[in-house]
Design a protein around this ligand. Structure first.
Ligand code: NAD
Length: 493
C-alpha cells in the first residue's frame, strides 16, 4: 500500500477538504507508486493562508537569532538524513543519486546560510543633516509568503524561498510541483522536528490551477515567490499587479556555452556534456546551446557526439546511471516534438534523437541524449527552451559572433566561455547580458552565497540566494530619532 500524504496546515497533517488525492509515480518506472498526495483546492489554500496569518505576529516577534537556531537545527537534520532524502527525490523526480544528494546539499547550504542571517540582517546608520538626530534603517517582514515551486530542484528551490522568508519573520504557504511533493513533505517534516511553531510553515499540494492560482491571488498573501516557466510566471505577475503584491519570478533559460578556438577542448567537451545532459537537461541553467568557433568545430562536435553516445541512461537509483528519465510523459513528448522540429528545420542530428524503449527503459520516460549540429540561431531548437536532453550546436566565426548569438534569445540566465585568453573571457563576461556567467566551466553550478537569477524573460529584477534573497522577503523601514527637544525641519532649518 502506498503511503498517503496530507497537507500541512497549522501544524497538522490533514487530507484535502475534498478528500481527493493524486498519485506520484517514479518516472524511471511508472509501476512504482511513490505515494498519494492531497489533491487540494481553494478551500485548503484558504485554511493554510489563515493559519500562516495567525502565526505571523508571534513568529515576527521571536528574535531573529532564535529563529536562526531553529533553522540551524533543521540544517543539522538535513545533513544526517541526506542520503535517505536523496533516494526519495530520485524516486519521485528521476535525476541520479549524485545529483539528488547535491539538491539536498543546496538545501543544507541555504539553511545554514539563512540561519546565520538571524544574527546579521544589517541595516544602515547614517549621519543626519541636523544636530541631535539619529537615523537608521531596519528590515521588516512582509507577512505571509506564497511560494510556488517547480519539480527540477524539488528540495533546493523550496528551501531557497522558505529559509530567507522565515529568517526575516515571514510565515509561509508553499505549493510544491505535482511531480515532486514528497521532497517538500520531507523538508517540512525536518522543520517541524526542529521546533518550528505551528502555522509558520504550511504546505498545500495540488495543481497549479486549483492551488497555485488561489494562493497567488489571495488578499492576505503579501509576497509571491515563483520559480517555473515563463508563461506561468507572466500569469503570476499579472495576478500580483492589482494589489501591488511583491512578486519574485525565476523563469526559463536558453543558456549558452561559447567554445573559442584556443579553448582546451577536453574541458569544453566535458563541460558541454555535464551542462547539456546533467539532470537530463532539465535545469533552468542547462547548456542547451553551444556556439563553437569554426576552427575547432569539427573536432569539438566529433568528441561531443561520441561523449553523448557513451552516456548511460537509466534509473537514477542505479549507481552506473549517468542520465535519468524525463520527469513525466508530457515532458518526454515535448522533447520528441522538438527533435522532430529540429529535423524539419534542417539541423544535423549528431547523436541520439529517439525515445528509449528497450526492456530496462520500457516503464520510464527515457530519451537519448541528443545533439543537433549546424544549427542557425534562428532555428526553434536553438532559441526556445526545450527542458530536456537536447543540445544545439551553432558554428561561429569569432567571439563577437558568439556573443551576438548568445544574447539573441529571449532569456538571460546563464552563459559560459571556454578560452585560454583572459581578454576574451573578460570581454564575454562584460558583454553577455545574463545573471550568471562562467569561465572555463559549464553554465550550471551555482552556489548559494552568490545571487541567483537572470535577465529578460528569465526574471523580474530580483535575485534568489545570498543576501539578495533578503530583499525579496523584506521591506526597509527608515527611522529618524530626534533628541534635540525642538522641531527641526528637514531641508529647511
Ligand atoms: P511550471 O511553470 O509548469 O510550474 C511551476 C509551478 O507553478 C508548479 O508548482 C505548478 O504547479 C505551478 N503552476 C502551474 N500553472 C499555474 C497557474 N496557472 N497558476 C499558479 N501556479 C501554477 O514549470 P515546471 O514545469 O514545474 O518547471 C520548469 C520550468 O521552470 C522551466 O521553464 C525552467 O526553466 C524553470 N525553472 C527556472 C528556474 C530559475 O531559477 N530560473 C529554476 C528551475 C526551473
Amino acid at each position: 500500500m502506498a503511503t498517503r500524504y496530507g497537507n500541512y496546515i497549522g501544524g497538522e497533517w490533514r487530507d484535502a477538504a475534498s478528500s481527493r488525492s493524486f498519485d506520484n509515480r517514479n518516472p524511471a518506472d511508472t509501476q512504482d507508486l511513490v505515494g498519494t498526495f492531497a489533491d487540494s483546492g481553494p478551500e485548503d489554500v484558504e485554511r493554510a493562508v489563515a493559519a500562516a496569518r495567525e502565526a505571523f505576529p508571534r513568529w515576527q516577534a521571536l528574535p531573529a537569532p532564535r529563529r536562526g537556531e531553529i533553522l540551524y537545527r533543521a540544517a543539522e537534520t538535513l545533513v544526517r538524513r541526506k542520503d535517505e532524502l536523496a533516494r526519495d527525490m530520485t524516486r519521485e523526480m528521476g535525476k541520479v543519486l549524485d545529483e539528488t544528494r547535491g539538491d539536498v546539499q543546496e538545501a543544507i547550504d541555504m539553511t545554514y546560510y539563512m540561519a546565520g542571517e538571524g544574527r546579521r540582517q544589517f541595516g544602515q546608520t547614517t549621519p543626519s543633516e541636523m544636530p541631535d538626530k539619529f537615523q537608521m534603517s531596519v528590515r521588516q517582514p512582509v507577512g505571509v509568503a506564497g511560494l510556488i515551486t517547480p519539480w527540477n530542484f524539488p528540495m533546493a528551490i523550496p528551501s531557497w524561498k522558505m529559509m530567507p522568508a522565515l529568517i526575516l519573520g515571514n510565515t509561509v504557504v508553499v505549493k510544491p510541483a505535482t511531480d515532486t511533493p514528497l521532497s517538500v513533505v520531507n523538508l517540512v517534516k525536518v522543520l517541524e522536528e526542529a521546533g518550528l511553531p505551528k502555522g509558520v510553515v504550511n504546505m498545500v499540494t495540488g495543481s497549479g490551477s486549483q492551488v497555485g492560482s488561489p494562493l497567488m491571488s489571495h488578499r492576505d498573501v503579501g509576497i509571491v515567490s515563483f520559480t517555473g516557466s515563463t508563461d506561468v510566471g507572466r500569469r503570476v505577475s499579472l495576478a500580483c499587479a492589482p494589489a501591488f503584491k511583491h512578486c519574485h519570478l525565476e523563469m526559463g533559460g536558453k543558456n549558452i556555452i561559447m567554445v573559442m578556438d584556443d579553448a582546451r577542448l577536453d574541458l569544453a567537451v566535458e563541460g558541454a556534456l555535464w551542462g547539456g545532459f546533467g539532470t537530463t537537461g532539465q535545469r533552468c541553467t542547462a547548456a542547451s546551446r553551444v556556439a563553437v568557433h569554426e576552427k575547432v568545430y569539427r573536432e569539438f562536435t566529433d568528441r561531443f557526439a561520441a561523449g553523448a553516445k557513451a552516456l548511460r541512461v537509466g534509473n537514477g537509483l542505479e549507481p552506473k546511471t549517468q542520465v535519468g528519465p524525463c520527469v513525466n510523459a508530457s515532458q518526454l513528448e515535448t522533447v520528441e516534438s522538438y527533435v522532430k522540429i529540429g529535423k524539419q528545420e534542417g539541423a544535423r542530428l549528431l547523436a541520439g534523437g529517439s525515445r528509449l524503449g528497450s526492456a530496462s527503459h520500457a516503464r520510464g520516460y527515457f530519451h537519448e541524449p541528443t545533439i543537433f549540429g549546424d544549427c542557425s540561431p534562428k532555428m526553434r531548437v536553438a532559441h526556445e527552451e526545450i527542458f530536456g536532453p537536447v543540445v544545439s550546436v551553432i558554428p561561429v566565426r569569432s567571439l563577437e559572433e558568439a556573443i551576438e548569438v548568445g544574447n539573441s534569445v529571449d532569456y538571460g540566465l546563464s552563459a559560459s566561455i571556454y578560452t585560454q585568453d583572459i581578454g576574451k573571457a573578460f570581454t564575454a563576461m562584460r558583454e553577455m547580458y545574463t545573471g550568471i556567467f562562467y569561465v572555463n566551466a559549464p553554465t550550471i553550478g551555482a552556489e548559494t552565497h552568490l545571487p541567483f537569477g537572470g535577465t529578460k524573460n528569465t526574471g523580474n529584477g530580483h535575485r534568489e540566494a545570498c543576501v539578495q534573497a533578503l530583499e525579496v522577503f523584506s521591506e526597509w523601514k527608515s527611522i529618524y530619532i530626534d533628541f534635540s527637544g525642538k522641531l527641526q525641519r528637514a531641508q529647511i532649518d
